[in-house]
Design a binder for this molecule. Structure first.
Ligand SMILES: C[S@@+](CC[C@H](N)C(=O)[O-])C[C@H]1O[C@@H](n2cnc3c(N)ncnc32)[C@H](O)[C@@H]1O
Length: 198
């Protein structure tokens, strides 16, 4: 079944069950929060922020950090707005498309960016453009964390997702100028990291 992020009922159902059917998610998010200890405070870009679940974790973990959350779903952003209201001007939410990032007015010189289960919605060309755009918005030494579905041929889903193989994502990171590594790969889920050279 295709994901319909614009459908408020689908958005609420996904938010309520975000950990189900994906045992790697909790572990990858826990790893992300641990590594964030090493990341300087400042703006963190959250690409495909959805209902703000991960943004809230970042804001709680790093009291000096600010989050710029981008998503194309009005329904998901509506949930995020309520969830993140308590953080005031530490949060900026924007409705925009990961395939048209040149139209997005995001902060520059960010300390980190994350894309959690969002980039697999993109075809390779816009994925490449999104990785380059992210590189350009990071400060030297900035970090890019990708937690996402990976292409494993026999397991390809029929739900409209377009995951890339882990080697493909690493190549796009390197092409954009990042130093890259796969931190964890299990089944069709992975956590990859890109570091903009200092
Ligand atoms: C699986 S949810 C993940 C949300 C959040 N990152 C998290 O982990 O809780 C995927 C999100 O990506 C967003 N998304 C999908 N394609 C997008 C696109 N082309 N531009 C912006 N957001 C997109 C969806 O609206 C949805 O909110």
């Amino acid at each position: 079944m295709a994901h319909n992020w614009q459908d408020p009922a689908f958005a609420e159902a996904w938010d309520a069950r975000h950990l189900s059917g994906n045992p790697a998610r909790a572990e990858h998010l826990s790893l992300l929060l641990a590594i964030l200890e090493q990341v300087e405070s400042g703006w963190i870009l959250d690409l495909g922020t959805g209902s703000g679940l991960v943004a809230r974790m970042l804001l709680d973990q790093k009291p000096q950090a600010r989050v710029f959350g981008l998503d194309s779903s009005t329904a998901m952003l509506g949930i995020a707005k309520d969830r993140l209201e308590q953080y005031g001007d530490r949060v900026r939410l924007a409705e925009g498309d990961l395939t048209a990032l040149d139209r997005v007015d995001a902060p520059a010189g960010c300390s980190a960016a994350i894309a959690v289960q969002s980039l697999h919605h993109l075809e390779e060309a816009p994925y490449r453009a999104a990785v380059r755009w992210t590189f350009d918005h990071l400060a030297p030494g900035g970090w890019f964390f990708i937690i996402d579905r990976l292409a494993v041929p026999e397991w390809l889903q029929g739900n409209g997702d377009r995951p890339l193989p882990v080697q493909g994502i690493l190549r796009l990171l390197e092409e954009a100028g990042f130093q890259s590594a796969a931190l964890d790969v299990r089944g069709d889920r992975g956590m990859l990291i890109g570091r903009r050279p200092a």
